[in-house]
Write a protein that binds this ligand. Structure first.
Ligand code: TSJ
Length: 274
């Protein structure tokens, strides 16, 4: 969408790639900046997008990620096993919808850089490889992009939307630390999201101003490689709020995960709570 919703989706598409790297076990720190020019910068401390030549495309892998629709998707890349939805495939779309996008990859002792304008690469490759712009002992990926104001109705990011989504991501990924910084303000706003209690903390915060009936109940399990976590708490009001996520993706219509839980929960209550 070219609305504000679509605009914010750009941020989440990019951040989700770093979250995937965290799910894979290689990243525990993500920074998200809204810059004074209203561009977005996302920095992670993962392995760095691979920079080696992709032999099918004859291009650096990172350039394939940014110029080929659906490249790097979970269906053709086992590295994306844990991701869901559009994870790992949205980067070329974000690139096409950005007047400028810069990617910096730190890996193998070097810092590599690539630049695009409205999706088109504008850096000359050096012997078919990305130019090296520095040395480092760190690893990670940095993306900066400026949404195209000829495509989006508005290009001003709402800090509250970005913050609440990042906070939610922190609840769903308890090992992650996500730092948000809004640099548009005279006094830049910086918030750190780290929720080691996971979805238990999510429920606690959701109900912090409500009259609760009991402590948060939590359970988790695994079957055939599928992990499930449930947390819930009854409150003293005639209104329910149930959220379902699958692979970090919120399902606004609930779906079979919630239907299944509710059915089983009713069975348990009917069996044991007479
Ligand atoms: F997709 C993207 F370009 F938008 C993007 C990707 C944006 C950001 C902010 C981060 C990332 C990203 C990708 N962070 N970390 C990674 N990791 C990989 O792409 C990666 C690295 C190594 C290996 C490997 O098998 O060695 C595999 C992958 C998928």
């Amino acid at each position: 969408s070219t609305s504000s919703r679509g605009l914010h989706h750009l941020v989440y598409e990019i951040v989700d790639n770093s979250v995937d790297e965290a799910l894979a076990g290689y990243c525990d720190h993500i920074q998200v900046f809204i810059n004074p020019d209203n561009s977005i910068t996302v920095i992670d401390n993962g392995r760095g997008i691979p920079v080696g030549i992709n032999h099918k495309a004859g291009l650096p892998a990172v350039e394939v990620v940014f110029t080929v629709l659906h490249a790097g998707g979970k269906f053709d890349n086992s590295a994306y096993k844990t991701s869901g939805g559009l994870h790992g495939v949205g980067s070329s779309v974000v690139n096409a919808l950005s007047t400028k996008l810069t990617v910096r990859v730190k890996s193998g002792g070097f810092i590599y850089e690539d630049r695009y304008e409205r999706g088109i690469p504008v850096m000359d490759l050096v012997d078919g490889l990305l130019p090296v712009v520095g040395k480092t002992r760190e690893t990670g990926t940095t993306i900066n992009f400026l949404p195209d104001d000829t495509i989006f109705d508005k290009t001003r990011f709402k800090e509250d939307d970005v913050k609440s989504r990042l906070h939610e991501t922190a609840y769903l990924n308890p090992k992650l630390t996500i730092i948000f910084e809004d640099k548009r303000k005279e006094e830049p706003e910086k918030v750190t999201y780290h929720e080691p209690e996971g979805i238990i903390g999510f429920i606690k915060d959701m109900n912090h101003s409500k009259e609760t009936v009991h402590d948060v109940i939590f359970f988790s399990g695994e079957s055939e490689g599928i992990s499930v976590e449930v947390a819930f708490q009854y409150v003293n009001e005639f209104h329910e709020n149930v959220l379902g996520f699958c692979n970090n993706i919120y399902n606004s219509e609930g779906g079979t995960h919630l239907t299944g839980f509710k059915t089983q929960f009713t069975n348990v209550i009917n069996t044991y709570a007479r």
